[in-house]
Every structure is written in C-alpha cells, then in structure tokens.
Design a binder for this molecule. Structure first.
Ligand SMILES: N[C@@H](CS(=O)O)C(=O)O
Ligand SMILES: [Fe+2]
Length: 240
C-alpha cells in the first residue's frame, strides 16, 4: 500500500486551506442539514462530507453544531492528566480530518497558538471553557524591524518585541461550537473553573501534527509538535 497522498487528496487539502481565507463559521445549524442523534451519526456524516473532493465546510460546521453531547458516548475517550490538558484521538477520518476529545482539568489551559492553516472546530461536551483571541502578528513588521536592526541594537531589539494584541474573549458552554483559522487569528483556551473539569470535541481539517506557539509579550513564535495522550481509548506510551 502506498502511503503517499493521491492527487484527489492533495486537491481537497488545497481547496480546504484556501477556504480558511473566507470562512468564518456559522452560528446556527442549517435548516436543510441532516439530523445527528449520536456521536456515531456525527462521525458517519463527517465521512460522507469528506468523501468528495470539495468539502462543504458549512455542512461540517452544521454537523458539529447538531450533535448534542452524550457523555455515555464519549466517556471512553475522555482521559485526564493531573498537570495539563490532554488530546485524545477519536478518529483520523481516512487522513482527511482529525477528530479528538480534549480533557481540561481544573485551571488547565493552552498556550497561544495557531492552527497550521487548517479549519478548527471546537465543541463543548462538558463544563465551560474560555477562549481568548489574538491578532496574528504580521510578518512584515518582524522582517522590517529585523532589517532595520543594524546600528543601535538595544533600541531595535526593543522595537522587535511587539506584544500580541488581544482581539476578543468568549465563554463556551455545553454544546457551543467555536470556529477559528489562522486568518481569524490566534487563540488560547482555558478552563477557568477551580472545581469542574471540561471536555471539548475538536475537528481539524486538513489534519496537522505541529503548530506555532507564540510568546505573548514578544510575539515570537516557535514550532511545536502535538502529541496524543490516548488513541481510540488506549493510552499512548512514548519512548523516552
Ligand atoms: N488547538 C489546541 C487546543 S485549543 O487550545 O484550541 C490543540 O489542538 O491542542
Ligand atoms: Fe486551538
């Protein structure tokens, strides 16, 4: 079996990345969309949606909005760590999308990050999460300040350190769906509760396994590989 992607897959990937430039997410389920009763229904409907070369991203959003959280269906994927939020793989969607359940202990949060030019849907399955958004720092600024950085290094070093601009916050409750892509900015997510855990369902398309993480005060970024805590309900062990 060949592991290389065929032309159809690459076309779809390119098409999906292009669509991140103008898709902003939908607020309500579509009137004509299919009904989704269970997590299995959701996964099956996603496979149908991703079976064509040109995915209807609005329909993907509809499906995520239509599913109503039932803990009995997702409990087996929900594995927590004491110290940080966990990423638990539910389905790899034939390489077209990644569906995963994130488990947030009390006070757990992510660092400021992008989504590698993919669509990111995040649906609340339990508890509450707070999302804080930041403007994507412009590469032009970084380049021009670097170029200008020739004579007075102290002054220019300060110039280069541009803190990230916060552009919005929202609280998410049961069954809410948030949508983000790199065109809309960066974000950081946290469970603000000191007494309750939170669980969210994330869909990324195309799938990615690394992203950029940003430092708030300097705007500087580093690449970060993302790992799974569990896959299909089984804890993953990584070699040290
Ligand atoms: N995008 C993050 C979770 S979140 O903070 O949106 C991740 O996949 O780990
Ligand atoms: Fe994220």
């Amino acid at each position: 079996m060949s592991l290389s992607k065929n032309d159809t897959d690459l076309d779809q990937e390119k098409y999906l990345r292009e669509a991140t430039r103008h898709f902003y997410g939908i607020e309500k389920p579509l009137k004509y969309g299919p009904a989704i009763e269970t997590l299995n229904d959701l996964i099956q409907a996603l496979y149908v949606e991703f079976s064509t070369n040109y995915v209807n991203i609005e329909m993907v959003n509809h499906l995520m909005l239509s599913y109503k959280s039932n803990p009995k269906e997702w409990q087996k994927f929900a594995k927590f760590d004491r110290y940080k939020y966990t990423r638990n793989l539910v389905d790899t969607g034939n390489g077209k999308f990644n569906l995963m359940i994130l488990c947030w202990g009390e006070g757990h949060g992510s660092t400021i990050h992008d989504h590698s030019d993919s669509h990111c849907f995040m649906k609340m399955l339990k508890g509450e999460l707070k999302e804080i958004r930041y403007a994507m720092p412009s590469t032009r600024t970084t380049e021009s300040t670097t170029l200008a950085n020739t004579d007075d290094s102290t002054e220019n070093d300060l110039e280069r350190h541009e803190s990230l601009e916060e552009i919005g916050q929202r609280s998410m409750s049961l069954n809410d769906v948030a949508y983000i892509n790199d065109n809309l900015g960066l974000h950081r997510v946290e469970n603000p509760s000191h007494s309750d855990t939170a669980v969210s369902l994330h869909l990324y398309c195309p799938p990615f396994d690394s992203c950029s993480v940003f430092e708030k005060n300097s705007g500087q970024k580093i690449n970060c590989t993302m790992t799974f805590w569990s896959k299909y309900g089984q804890k993953v062990t990584y070699e040290k």
